[in-house]
Structures are given as structure tokens and as C-alpha cells.
Write a new protein. Structure first.
Length: 352
């Protein structure tokens, strides 16, 4: 018989093989001196395997990931887990309490990595997360949404030059994969430097639950768990549609100030020169189209109808392959997770 698996240890906590525990890591105090803990759920399987970390809400107002974690943690498949699953539904607790993307000092926690023990609040939180949680992981899925008033088509962002990250990105099966550079100070860059493959799932909008984004996220994580052989393969497998990979993306910005109406849905194909939306004055006497400069697929969109010149309105992914093939695949995968049933569709059409 194989030797018994060693317990899993984080900070002063210990989780035995076959055990599942919620660990409370001492993070900080509120002004009130109320204890603030970083809560970490650990499921330590009886059998060896990778250690997958799922993190959400590093931006405190990006809530879909919290619901994805909740649904994942009550999923019955986890009773058969090999390896170790670490789930942190709320990384930026300060931001989450304030319903804010940021920390109380206005810093973005996802620009504070790798962090330091003696730095700013963000730097200290990043340091704790890196040393106590991230360092234990062999693979990471980091869950995000679009910023406030902006929705994203479900998509994976990863550094595809790392074959392990590419494998996870393909297995996840979101409609689009964006091969993207890491940003300075992000957890993704930090994981890259530590040699830990990380994929980032972006879907939906801040401060909202989006059913298709949540469904696609849960499904994607379960697929990655099977890909890493942490869960047994499905008995019946339907052929999985391959996501399309974008090499680059660009933003279309507002050239005017005014009232804005989008005319295009997430996941739709864009041709060069296509009218994507309109900016008008509130008096009805002036209206200007906003057009695409390059073909691609719409992967992100501003929802707030009030815009200033320079505001980023449409995020368009660009593809090396013929874009209409890409769109067909994006549509098929989006359909499977119900991404075409976004509630904002009702105000998508022009008024005449
Ligand atoms: Zn984010």
C-alpha cells in the first residue's frame, strides 16, 4: 500500500488527508479593532495530486467569483478529489465590505504584488496572500469580472507561452482566450515569476451576478480539475468546442461627450468601419456613430449611457484566423452557457 499522504499546512493550520477545513488567517484589524481574517477553504484529498488555488474578489466589487466559489464548494464531485483544492472566495476583504474595487487607501490590490511585510496596506495584504496561500499552489485560477458599469464576455486571459497555463486555458472552455501580457504588480505576474501557471477568468460586470458568467465559471473550473486529473473523467463526454484564441485586443473610445447607446451584443463579430453605438446630445439634435477600426469580436462593453470623450466603450479581440469562423465558435460556446441571454439585450436595438 502507498504511504499515507502528508497533512497540508498553511500558517499554523494543518489539514489531514481526506479532511476539509475553513482556515482563518489573521489579516488585519478594522478601526474598531474587530478582527479581519482571510478565510481559506482547504480540501486535502486522500490521494496525491496537484494543488489548485481558486481565488476571487481580489477586486472587491467583482462578485461573480464569490458565487462561483460557493457553488463549487458544495459540488458533490469534490468528494472524489485527488490532490488539494484551496478556495479563497474573498481576497480583498476591505474592498468587499465597501463594495469597492480598491483598498481603503485607494490602492489596487492587484497592482501590489509581490508585496512586502513593511509596505503599504496593499503591499502587506499581497505579501500575506503570496507567502501563506499562493506559495502552496501548483496551479491557479483567478476569478474576475469587468469593472463597474462594464461587462465582459466570459473569457480566459493567460500567458500562453507557458504550456501548463495554455492547457488549463483550453480545458476551461470559455468562448474566448486572450493571450495577454501580465500587468506590473498583478498576482498573475507574481505567479508567473514563481513558476506557477495561472489563468484568469473574466466574466460579467462588477457588483452584479450574471448567471451565464457564473455557470461558465463553475463548468470551467470542473473541466480544469478533470484536466489536471484531480477529478475522474466524465462517463459520458460530449465533444467540447475549442475556444478561439485572440492574439491581441483593442479598445474603441468615445470621441465625444454625451448620451451613449450600444448597438452590438457581447460575442458579436465586428467588421472594420461597423457602427458599434451612437453618442447623442440629450436634445435630439445631434448624434454621432462610433465605429470599429479593426475587425474582431466584442469581448467587453461599457453599459452606462453617460460618456465623456476618451472613455473606453468597446473592447474588441482580434484574431489571426478568419473572424467569422471565430464568431461561430464563440456563439456556440456562449450559447452552451446561456451567455446570449444577457438581460441588457432589451435596450440593444436602435430606436428607429
Ligand atoms: Zn478584476
Amino acid at each position: 500500500m502507498a504511504a499515507k499522504r502528508a497533512p497540508f499546512e498553511i500558517a499554523e493550520h494543518r489539514v489531514n488527508p481526506g479532511e476539509r477545513r475553513t482556515l482563518h488567517l489573521d489579516l488585519a484589524r478594522l478601526y474598531t479593532h474587530t478582527r479581519l481574517d482571510l478565510d481559506v477553504e482547504v480540501i486535502h484529498g486522500r490521494r496525491p495530486g496537484p494543488t489548485l488555488l481558486i481565488s476571487a474578489t481580489i477586486h472587491g466589487d467583482e462578485l461573480n467569483g464569490v458565487e462561483i466559489c460557493r457553488q463549487l464548494l458544495k459540488h458533490k464531485a469534490l468528494t472524489r478529489l485527488r490532490g488539494t483544492l484551496i478556495v479563497v472566495p474573498v481576497v480583498n476583504i476591505f474592498g468587499f465590505i465597501q463594495r469597492s474595487r480598491y483598498l481603503p487607501d485607494r490602492r489596487d490590490l492587484n497592482r501590489c504584488f509581490p508585496g512586502s511585510e513593511k509596505g503599504s496596506l496593499g503591499s502587506r495584504v499581497a505579501h500575506l496572500f503570496r507567502t501563506q496561500v499562493l506559495a502552496h499552489a501548483s496551479h491557479v485560477i483567478d476569478l474576475h469580472t469587468g469593472a463597474a458599469h462594464r461587462s465582459n464576455l466570459p473569457q480566459i486571459r493567460a500567458n500562453l507561452s507557458n504550456p501548463d497555463a495554455e492547457g488549463m486555458a483550453q480545458a476551461f472552455g470559455a468562448p474566448v482566450i486572450l493571450d495577454s501580457k501580465t500587468l506590473d504588480g498583478s498576482m498573475r505576474e507574481c505567479a508567473d515569476e514563481m513558476g506557477i501557471p495561472l489563468i484568469l477568468y473574466e466574466a460579467g460586470e462588477a457588483l452584479r451576478f450574471d448567471d451565464s458568467a457564473i455557470r461558465g465559471g463553475l463548468r470551467g473550473i470542473l473541466r480544469v480539475l478533470r484536466h489536471l486529473e484531480m477529478l475522474p473523467p466524465l462517463q459520458r463526454t460530449r465533444p467540447q468546442l475549442e475556444p478561439v484564441t485572440a492574439n491581441s485586443s483593442y479598445w474603441v473610445r468615445a470621441h465625444y461627450d454625451g448620451i451613449y447607446r450600444p448597438l452590438i451584443r457581447l460575442g458579436q463579430r465586428v467588421t472594420r468601419g461597423q457602427v458599434l453605438g451612437l453618442i447623442a446630445s440629450p436634445f435630439g439634435n445631434w448624434e454621432e456613430p462610433i465605429t470599429a477600426t479593426h475587425p474582431g469580436i466584442l469581448i467587453g462593453r461599457t453599459n452606462i449611457p453617460l460618456v465623456n470623450e476618451g472613455d473606453a466603450l468597446f473592447h474588441i479581440a482580434r484574431f489571426g484566423t478568419v473572424t467569422h469562423h471565430a464568431q461561430r465558435r464563440v456563439e456556440a460556446i456562449s450559447e452552451a452557457i446561456g451567455a446570449h441571454r444577457l438581460p441588457e439585450d432589451q435596450w440593444n436595438s436602435p430606436d428607429k
